[in-house]
Ligand binder design. Structure first.
Ligand SMILES: C[S@@+](CC[C@H](N)C(=O)[O-])C[C@H]1O[C@@H](n2cnc3c(N)ncnc32)[C@H](O)[C@@H]1O
Length: 448
């Protein structure tokens, strides 16, 4: 019999050990255990997401219950069974004896001794109140908000510098909400009108967005990626802000476009669509495996105007100067915490310097590849000033920053840590609490 909590713990262990994304880890565990039942997959998926989302407070509870040492000293599988059980009893309204019993039974199959430890810890945790932990931190605003809304302390501190406390809390809350899905119509295969009709027949209800080819998913009966229309490439699942990037680039059918960080190709396929499969896209990415996946995706979507190059986007020079460059750079992904709670616990602000260095090299290289008057669009799914406004400030030493005629989102950050950004009105930012999508940054640059 499949025990959902056990599969969830195994997936959490896999994520921890292999540093693989949640989606990929779930896929590998489901394949290994031959789990095809949509309902079981959905339940396990929810356990993994919801537990990971709250990892800091769950580990805090476990550490409080442990007499000696830390949760890291417990073996990875047992540790994650414990995490799932704490999630169940503290956040899923599962009666504590039931959550404890399930965890004990799972661990007992492997070790009687460990099962006893699990039982003892969970019985202790049953008595610890989260409100009491929060009360202890009432005077420490950052720690309090970090535990209350499940975010790393550095992130809370950071958003309190961008927003008022009230708005920062809205953002933290929005990051904990259920993911919002958007679909982008593959106009190479179908018109938006036709797709909407066909999806409605499948029980998908959609709402228009300011982008003609992107729709907000309000409801669905079957996971979108299980629909034939998806499998045949009639639409892709892509965030609203991410889909806005290709529209800002505004490619023309006869142009040559260089995409310097292209895989897995969401934006490149969108560009191909807007170019009606004409002209040329040179898709560059440093990852061979991601590029392989991109080629498979493009086949399904019917994209035919792409040349693929595995290379370093900070150094690659195309044989001729191009009309436009897309720089959807590797970044901290701190704008994607709602979709990828793993990022919360993996990324640390101290890592930002290294990423910024690469992003700046890519900006310089984009300039070198462009024709005079050529356009580069720079985008990140990051919330950090360093990767966004500050990088555009750097780019403005050689590029001219163009004003984006905004269809979605808001303006950039004007001031951060005493640094003033003079192009704040020209760039675009989106946020989950304001625009119900990923936090994105987009800037449009011209080679003059
Ligand atoms: C944000 S993702 C790109 C997403 C893609 N534009 C899309 O819309 O599907 C960043 C990509 O940068 C790639 N990358 C990282 N370092 C790179 C480098 N030095 N040169 C080129 N690509 C790089 C990663 O492999 C990753 O695929």
């Amino acid at each position: 019999m499949i025990v959902n909590q056990e599969v969830a713990a195994e997936t959490l262990e896999y994520i921890e050990e292999k540093s693989v994304s949640i989606k990929e880890s779930l896929k590998r565990i489901f394949d290994k255990r031959k789990i095809d039942d949509v309902k079981i997959r959905a339940v396990v998926h929810a356990y993994v997401y919801e537990t990971l989302k709250r990892k800091n407070i769950i580990d805090k509870l476990l550490n409080l219950a442990l007499d000696k040492g830390k949760i890291d000293t417990i073996d990875p599988f047992t540790r994650n069974v414990l995490r799932v059980a704490v999630y169940e009893m503290k956040f899923k309204s599962v009666p504590p004896p039931l959550a404890t019993d399930a965890a004990v039974r799972i661990v007992k199959n492997k070790s009687e001794k460990k099962a006893k430890l699990v039982n003892a810890l969970l019985r202790k945790i049953e008595k610890i109140k989260i409100e009491d932990i929060l009360k202890k931190y009432e005077k420490d605003e950052i720690k309090y908000l970090a535990y209350k809304y499940f975010h790393p302390e550095w992130f809370v501190e950071y958003v309190l510098k961008i927003f008022s406390k009230e708005e920062a809390v809205k953002l933290l809350k929005a990051n904990n909400e259920e993911q919002r899905y958007y679909i982008r119509v593959n106009t190479l295969k179908i018109s938006p009108e036709n797709l909407i009709k066909r999806l409605e027949k499948e029980g998908v209800s959609l709402e228009e967005t300011p982008l003609f080819d992107v729709f907000k998913v309000l409801d669905y009966k079957k996971p979108l990626t299980r629909l034939e229309l998806y499998k045949k490439g009639f639409f892709v699942v892509q965030d609203l802000a991410s889909s806005y990037v290709a529209h800002v680039l505004d490619p023309e059918p006869d142009e040559t476009i260089l995409d310097l960080a292209s895989a897995p190709g969401s934006k490149a396929s969108h560009i191909a669509q807007l170019m009606e499969n004409k002209g040329k896209i040179i898709a560059v990415d440093i990852s061979k495996s991601r590029m392989r996946r991109m080629k498979e995706n493009m086949k399904i979507l019917g994209v035919k105007n792409i040349e693929y190059v595995v290379a370093d986007g900070a150094k690659f020079r195309y044989e001729e100067e191009v009309d436009k460059v897309l720089l959807d750079v590797p970044c901290s992904s701190t704008g994607t915490l709602r979709q990828f709670p793993c990022v919360k616990w993996k990324f640390n602000i101290n890592k930002v310097k290294g990423i910024v260095k690469l992003q700046r090299k890519m900006l310089v290289n984009a300039y070198a590849n462009l024709k005079p008057q050529g356009i580069a669009v720079y985008s990140t799914c990051s919330i950090l000033f360093e990767e966004n406004e500050e990088n555009v400030d750097f780019a403005s030493n050689f590029f001219s920053v163009q004003k984006i005629d905004r269809k979605i989102g808001t303006h950039g950050i004007k001031k951060f840590n005493g640094k003033y950004f003079k192009h704040w009105k020209r760039v675009v930012r989106t946020y989950p609490h304001l625009h119900d999508c990923t936090a994105f940054f987009i800037a449009k640059l011209k080679k003059v």
